[in-house]
Design a protein around this ligand. Structure first.
Ligand code: 13P
Ligand code: ZN
Length: 267
């Protein structure tokens, strides 16, 4: 069987990057079983031959109407597929989909009829928002980072920017490399349109949001940068929890130290 990646070096590079990050999510322990999902907008790599490719599925509605996505193409992890399998064999555990002209349904195009992630509504809503904002972002990741999810079980952490300030104050790099902080999305049913809507409301302000008692979502110019943002926040969460496990509340950087950083890095 001919793969869509054949003779398409840029598309191949983009999907290899997804596979690399999928491996990191597994190694981090953030991707039990089929946990988490990745999508990237690959429209810029699509040529006329791909546009002419016959669909491998019926049109499938995704629950929202997102007019900016008409005619766009996405590579998506398959639903119920393991992140660790996506890492090794991306085209067997994910697929390229085409958004149809109604902006509300898609068809699977290549390589196989692998049905996309159950969080497709959230992912596509994130992509619509990235296009609308013109920020040039193309990647969305949802994953289950242990320490951040644990912190989301404490109501006291769920106030606006409470976790942002706490995590920023654990190590200077966190503010430098995750300058917008961490948005909070109250618990909603996985895969739901409500979750998708609440996610993009928060992403208007942040690049990473915490899904209460579930996981995080991050967006970025590419999948590696989206991963890095989750990784720095997760590192801070681990530092905080390590201090608590040693029996003390960590002091955290002072407001003055954080302000100094803000100036130095132009944040
Ligand atoms: P999928 O296997 O459908 O991608 O779902 C995993 C997940 O984390 C749902 O929130
Ligand atoms: Zn999940």
């Amino acid at each position: 069987m001919k793969s869509i990646l054949e003779n398409r070096p840029e598309l191949t590079r983009r999907i290899e990057e997804v596979a690399e990050v999928a491996g990191y999510l597994w190694q981090k322990g953030w991707a039990e079983r089929n946990g988490g999902n990745i999508t990237i907008n690959v429209t810029a790599c699509v040529d006329d031959d791909i546009r002419r490719m016959p669909p491998l599925s019926e049109p499938i509605p995704f629950g929202l109407t997102l007019p900016r996505l008409k005619g766009c193409y996405f590579f998506c992890k398959g639903t119920n597929r393991r992140m660790r399998d996506l890492a090794r064999r991306p085209m067997e555990n994910g697929a390229v989909i085409r958004i149809l002209d109604d902006g509300a349904s898609y068809e699977i195009v290549a390589d196989r009829a692998v049905r996309p992630t159950s969080e497709l509504a959230s992912h596509l809503a994130m992509h619509e928002q990235m296009i609308a904002s013109g920020n040039g972002y193309t990647a969305a990741i949802h994953t289950h980072p242990i320490h951040l999810v644990a912190m989301s079980h404490n109501r006291a952490f769920l106030g606006r920017n409470v976790l942002t300030r706490l995590l920023w104050s654990m190590i200077p790099e966190t503010r430098a490399f995750c300058p917008k902080g961490l948005g909070i999305v109250p618990y909603a049913m996985p895969s739901s349109v409500e979750l998708a809507r609440a996610t993009v409301r928060q992403l208007a302000e942040y690049d990473v949001v915490l899904w209460e008692k579930h996981g995080v979502c991050a967006v970025g110019p590419d999948v590696m940068e989206a991963f890095d943002q989750i990784d720095v926040l997760s590192k801070s969460a681990e530092i905080y929890l390590s201090a608590r496990a040693m029996g003390f509340e960590p002091e955290g950087m002072t407001d003055a130290q954080m302000d100094e950083l803000k100036e130095a890095f132009g944040l």
